[in-house]
Design a protein around this ligand. Structure first.
Ligand code: NAP
Length: 363
């Protein structure tokens, strides 16, 4: 039996291929999953950019110098030599961008299982867990594509919003989001706006974006004002400020830090979508604080308990999802060639932020 998989050169991301390979026979305790669909956003490109630092290349083994990019999606068990999972069961989780994954189900219960394969054990558990669709608090069949696209991103936004609320928004009069057109950025702006409405807080939510995406970001209605990168100097200098940086753009960080000076109270570093501009000559006045969703999620799961966490997330999710059709159009692409095309588009940033890409990786 054959599978397809996206294989990337770890030293030159543009060099990639969707390759065919033979699926090896299952060993005792293993199960074979057929990946039905997964999403593709800049977040997946980030897995490559920080693959060596954070260990994203270690989830799915590839030949020396090559990497398999992970994606969030749904898969079903199509063969099993494990007593604990059954053919036909479907799971939401983290899959290699391709058509199949062999897992070693461990810690199995009605809610899901961990892939117990040796090389994944040191990695954050949130990425190794497969959630059974039958017992999943946020699962509905009609929203499968939206779950693939937004569940990991919205969860991140939910956690950043919580961090800010828990710290009295760091005393900010203005919260500046870079790469404001990103789905994670839009979801965070939605949550911050909700907080403002519900609590009467008065901070301004400012979106910074590229000129081509300004109208799109404005139309979302989530930001109080939207400014293009070249206009950053129009941001008020005297107001207590926070940055949530999805861009990772060194020059922009430098410009904003110098412009805001002592008014910058909190600098939250989340993403690196401007991955070709991560370095620069100027020494940054301050480092900022890196935000890593899995670590913060683990803290909140401890604080609130697993069910408490799921309930809060579900409530916030239900308040967001109905609005997403106003600004996001889902486009489904099928097969190896399309997977390769979308990868190139996402890598170059040459895509319409309105589109949410779903891939069906048929062999
Ligand atoms: N730290 C964490 O735990 C965590 C968790 C989740 C997500 N994230 C990060 O948050 C970021 C946003 O992810 P997303 O999936 O929400 O993004 P997305 O929706 O795919 O964002 C698209 C936007 O990113 C910018 N962009 C993308 N590729 C670019 C390129 N090659 N060159 C220049 N600009 C580019 C553009 O925005 P503009 O024109 O507005 O700049 C584009 O509209 C990613 O870096 C992701 O990894 C971090």
């Amino acid at each position: 039996m054959e599978k397809i998989e996206l294989i990337i050169n770890r030293k030159n991301y543009a060099e990639h291929a969707v390759e065919k390979a033979t699926i090896e026979d299952l060993q005792e305790g293993e199960a074979l999953m057929e990946v039905e669909r997964f999403s593709f956003t800049s977040n997946n490109i980030t897995y490559a950019i920080v693959g060596d630092q954070i260990g994203y290349w270690n989830f799915f083994k590839a030949e020396e110098g090559k990497g398999k990019l992970p994606g969030w999606g749904f898969a079903k068990i199509i063969a099993s030599k494990s007593d604990t999972v059954n053919v036909g069961e479907r799971f939401y989780g983290y899959y290699p961008m391709g058509s199949h994954l062999v897992v070693q189900p461990a810690k199995v219960n009605e809610f899901g299982f961990m892939d117990g394969v040796e090389h994944r054990r040191p990695l954050p558990p949130i990425y190794n867990y497969y959630t059974n669709t039958k017992k999943d608090a946020v699962y509905t069949q009609e929203t499968e594509d939206i779950q693939c696209l937004l569940r990991p991103l919205f969860t991140t936004s939910f956690l950043i919003d919580d961090l800010f609320a828990d710290n009295d928004f760091f005393g900010s009069d203005q919260i500046i989001l870079t790469s404001a057109s990103s789905k994670t950025g839009l979801a965070l702006a939605h949550l911050l706006k909700k907080h403002k409405t519900n609590s009467g807080a008065s901070f301004e939510i400012i979106g910074l974006t590229s000129s081509g995406n300004k109208d799109f970001v404005n139309a979302s209605g989530y930001y109080d004002s939207v400014i293009t990168y070249d206009q950053y100097a129009s941001i008020s200098q005297g107001k207590a400020s926070s940055i949530v940086d999805f861009s990772g753009n060194h020059k922009l960080q430098y410009d904003l830090q110098v412009h805001l000076g002592a008014s910058l109270k909190y600098n939250c570093l989340v993403g690196v979508v401007h991955w070709e501009d991560l370095r620069g000559e100027e020494k940054l006045p301050q480092k900022g604080t890196f935000f890593f969703a899995p670590t913060y999620a683990q803290k909140r799961q401890k604080d609130w308990g697993r069910e408490g966490f799921q309930q809060k997330l579900k409530d916030a999710w239900n308040g967001f999802i109905p609005e997403t059709s106003d600004w996001m159009t889902i486009e489904t692409q099928e097969g190896a060639e399309k997977l390769s095309d979308i990868y190139s588009k996402m890598l170059s940033g040459d895509f319409d932020p309105k589109i949410g890409y779903i891939i069906k990786p048929t062999v």
